[in-house]
Design a protein around this ligand. Sequence first.
Ligand SMILES: Cc1cc2nc3c(=O)[nH]c(=O)nc-3n(C[C@H](O)[C@H](O)[C@H](O)COP(=O)(O)OP(=O)(O)OC[C@H]3O[C@@H](n4cnc5c(N)ncnc54)[C@H](O)[C@@H]3O)c2cc1C
Length: 448
Amino acid sequence: MAPPLFDALIIGAGAAGLAAGAELARAGRSVLVLEARDRIGGRCWSLHEPGLPVPIELGAEFIHGRPAAMFSLLEKTGVAAVDAPFVRWTVQRGKLQPRGDDLFAEVRRALRQQGAALKKQDVSFETFLAHGPHGLSEKAQAFARMRAQGFEAADPARASARAIAEDWGGEAAADAGHFRPAGGYGALLASLAGELGGNGVELRLRTVVHTVRWKRGSVAVEGTALGKPFRATARRAIITLPLGVLQLARDAPGAVCFTPALKAKQQALEGLASGAVIKVALRFRAAFWEELDEARYRDASFFHSPEAAFPTFWTALPVRAPLLIAWAGGPKATRLSGAGTRDIIRQAVTSLKSVFGKQADIEARLEAAYVHDWQRDPFARGAYSYVTVGGAAARKALAAPLRDTLFFAGEATDDEGEAGTVAGALQSGTRAARQLINAQRNGGEIGS
Ligand SMILES: Cc1cc2nc3c(=O)[nH]c(=O)nc-3n(C[C@H](O)[C@H](O)[C@H](O)COP(=O)(O)OP(=O)(O)OC[C@H]3O[C@@H](n4cnc5c(N)ncnc54)[C@H](O)[C@@H]3O)c2cc1C
């Protein structure tokens, strides 16, 4: 018996795939969502541990600014956005100091001034910092390098200075605030997934796609579902595979093989990189830092130790929880990746000692640690994307549909200022679903 012909297949049930599925469900389309993991959410992965008042977010945690796609989902699902305070302390000359200086404002000013020149001639962010006529102080340069690595997960030697100037120089970058979805991203995405069931959208977990054969008006995918071979067909498909998966060589283990190959996407894939992050959640018996040094760090939300393997830590504030998150991005994360859980945790603890010194007796206070190596994860192959030198058009090109049949979503395809984030993934999914619906309306049922 021939398998049912769906209006659309969606590959991946992360934020992008779920948003696309919800949009198609609302439009009454028949859809099959195929997800390799045994859970939805992709790079959003919340653990709920007994006794902890906040979830442990192994992947995404914050909402940066007030992206419309995110805030409309929060509103629809009745989930609150909880303000994340921004009180920072930094290790300077071996001592923790409150960080009040606004180096970001200085960097933003310089980038705005150089924006037009970078549009004409893009260079790497490292080249820009080392040789550009930006007039930045040494301190501001070091801050900019650290932010490119830590926030953008980028290698400054590869990252596009033009793209960073556009991102950081824009109004949206300033004072937009940071939030967390109350209850964590897992609960938010579960609400979104709740819109699919019963609305013509079928979701299959533990279903790994290996090949996508396509021609105008027809897509057939093959792979393994619960360990057994499967095949599914549809008139169209939305591909939400992470950038790192799309960038794999055709014959590499874990690659998804498109036939015909996605030649039209090659240049776009070369203009982007999958950034590296290692995030470790350290759970303690008590929030010991709140008592140290006459309780002066009680309201601290971020600690920075620029030279450490993990240069950034944050607390769960405004919720008081015995949890510190260690964060390394860019080249530091690339170095840590593959080291093994035990060694990664050891390096997080050593880095934390560089913040609080020996007095804290970190090992004795540590109760548990949680880490996931996204770079080694076969269904992620990195944390989130950034633009490389000359890649200004890459996101848009990656997002462009092919022959009204293949549509592309996922954080890396967002060209509306939210790439790299959950909000970007959500809005890309909605955009791809609308493109598909329009193509269906305009083209009739091609191939039928
Ligand atoms: C450590 C970390 C911290 C982050 N912090 C933040 C943050 O604070 N705020 C923020 O906004 N963003 C953050 N991000 C980024 C954010 O998580 C991503 O941008 C977003 O979740 C990507 O969603 P997506 O749908 O594009 O991709 P994904 O979530 O990766 O979804 C793609 C799906 O495709 C599936 N898949 C892959 N291969 C196959 C296959 N062969 N067959 C079938 N299915 C397949 C995957 O399993 C996955 O579920 C963070 C990411 C990481 C890793």
